[in-house]
Write a protein that binds this ligand. Sequence first.
Ligand code: INI
Length: 157
Amino acid sequence: MREAYGKLNGKGKKIGIVVAKFNELVTRKLLDGAKQGLEQLGVEANNIIVYWVPGAFEIPRVVKLLSNSGKVDGIISLGAIIRGETSHYDYVCNEVSSGISQVSLNNKVPVMFGILTTDSMNQALDRAGGKSGNKGIECASGVIEMINLENELKLNK
Ligand code: INI
């Protein structure tokens, strides 16, 4: 039996982060977590490129353009959609999740889903460095693991 794992070694890897300005109080904390997580795994600061978009709805388009650009080995998407603040919460959530999933399935580089979908600002803050961890840090290890797993299996060669 052979088992394959993606190593948590980010040396030499180029990572794109697409982050929404909407609810920046939360998304900046996700971004800080993602950058810290990547650097802890050996990704050099100048191999991390951050793209700010207006809101979560715009994330899939930039993720798609970036994933086709050849500039990065993996992408982290970060956003916060908060039910209390929008009447079109379900619509935005569905479009963003299906958009990111389509790009992830149809393009070469792995894409992490770091979009918080919560009922309140407090729940979002809990998941952005508060009592429930930081989704940005999770995405950092996830993207490195996936890049190395795909290289290990030569899935993209
Ligand atoms: N964008 C978010 O990232 N989070 C939200 O909670 C949100 N709300 O509340 O509406 C939100 N809306 C903006 C949307 O993502 C687009 O930027 C906008 O509709 C322009 O296309």
